[in-house]
Ligand binder design. Structure first.
Ligand SMILES: Cc1ncc(COP(=O)(O)O)c(C=O)c1O
Length: 392
């Protein structure tokens, strides 16, 4: 790599965007968010976030993982049940399925949306399927109507994992407003952050009530120190809620910036053969949480090679892996073969795990041909640095 480039500062993956507004909000919570005020920040954040997404109820929680856990519990999913999850997602989507003793079953993702489809869901549904967790991967969204229709036909609950999709829209509705319940993450890597944090959203009052109850050790609201079953300690602090409220007031600006970053990559990389960036499938407006690239063999360079070349200056995480690879995911899946309804037919689907099997560079995958790269990593780095200095 060029010496001049080496001397320049490392460019990290985009982190949170915190202004004085957020700092003032957290300071206010630190001063006042106690005693009678302890819950008021959380309740304000819940009301405001439900209003933004367009659902009736919101329950603030310490993570999206806990939101998915409580959603499954509130839907009474348990041992003997199967829950369909996408073949490619973060382990946090499927781990809660194993927390409740149910079995995750993995469905293929579509090569354009990177989300499951009604067709791939249909292939894995069995009489034991109780729920499907659709994931708005990298802010993309699945074609929801046919999935909802199939789920209705087969009596399957739908949970939307919108961890990566705050601000995305599908056919005029915001991410997180679909299904029986949805879950958001406010982890430090997310567009809207509370440091760590999450939210369960729903239009069904009984799900909201059950989640509120379970998040506080299943404590009675009428009798102090009286727990009627074993619950969980899944509460968000007032300090986190204050940060979330302040971030939410800036959400349009936060999402605009993410879309602008993706647009910069599109301007610079859009014309390169064999390289595909996040696509906006018809009907969906992506909030572009993380710019992601998939390499086709025609790109002429292995993913790992490109990550290594660019990695001198940038951090490029790989695309999320398929479930047979990481040992932890294999365990969640229940062994190397995993429970699949019709493995033979699944293999026939052309869209099986396309992004992870090809070669995403900015976000990972596996490599293709050997004809040499069509993009000069140093020139690319210089161009992105020029853009970066304009971010303000
Ligand atoms: C798709 C998806 N689901 C769930 C989660 C879990 O979020 P949290 O870390 O808040 O539990 C994440 C977090 O990165 C995610 O990307």
């Amino acid at each position: 790599m060029h010496e001049g480039l080496k001397a320049m500062a490392r460019i990290p993956v985009a982190g949170p965007w915190i202004t004085q507004k957020e700092i003032d909000a957290v300071a206010d919570a630190a001063r006042n968010g106690w005693y009678a005020n302890a819950n008021s920040y959380g309740e304000r954040f819940e009301r405001a976030f439900a209003g933004y997404v367009g659902t009736r109820f919101a329950v603030s929680l310490p993570s999206c993982t806990s939101a998915l856990h409580l959603a499954l519990l509130a839907l009474r999913v348990g041992p003997g049940d199967e829950v369909v999850v996408p073949d490619v997602t973060w382990i946090a989507t499927s781990a809660p399925v194993s927390y409740v003793g149910a079995t995750p079953v993995f469905a293929d993702i579509d090569r354009r949306s990177w989300c499951i489809t009604a067709e791939s869901l249909r292939h894995v549904v069995t009489p034991r399927t109780r729920a499907v967790i659709v994931v708005d991967l990298y802010s993309n969204m699945p074609d929801m109507d046919p999935i909802a229709e199939l789920a209705r036909e087969r009596g399957i609950a739908v949970i939307e994992d919108a961890a990566e999709a705050v601000g995305s829209e599908h056919r005029g509705r915001r991410a997180g407003s679909f299904g029986d319940a949805s879950a958001f993450s406010f982890h430090g890597s997310k567009t809207l952050t509370t440091g760590e944090g999450g939210m369960l959203l729903t239009n069904r009052e009984e799900i909201s009530e059950r989640a509120l109850f379970l998040r506080n050790h299943a404590a009675s609201t009428e009798r102090m120190f009286w727990n009627t079953e074993v619950g969980f300690k899944y509460r968000m602090s007032a300090l986190q809620a204050a940060l979330g409220l302040a971030q939410l007031e800036r959400v349009e600006e936060l999402v605009r910036k993410k879309r602008q970053i993706l647009e910069w990559y599109r301007e610079e990389l859009g014309g390169i053969a064999g390289l595909t960036l996040n696509q906006e499938v018809e009907g969906t407006r992506s909030a572009a949480w993380m710019t992601t690239v998939v390499l086709d063999p025609s790109f002429g360079m292995e993913k790992d090679e490109l990550i290594r070349l660019l990695g001198e200056r940038h951090r490029f995480p790989p695309f999320l892996p398929p479930p047979e690879l990481p040992p932890g995911l294999r365990e969640v899946r229940g062994g190397p073969a995993g429970p699949r309804a019709e493995p033979g037919r699944l293999r026939d689907l052309p869209l099986r795990r396309e992004p992870a099997e090809r070669a995403p560079a900015l976000e990972g995958g596996r490599g293709g041909g050997r004809r040499g790269p069509q993009v000069d990593p140093e020139a690319l780095t210089r161009r992105m640095e020029g853009k970066g200095s304009r971010t303000g």
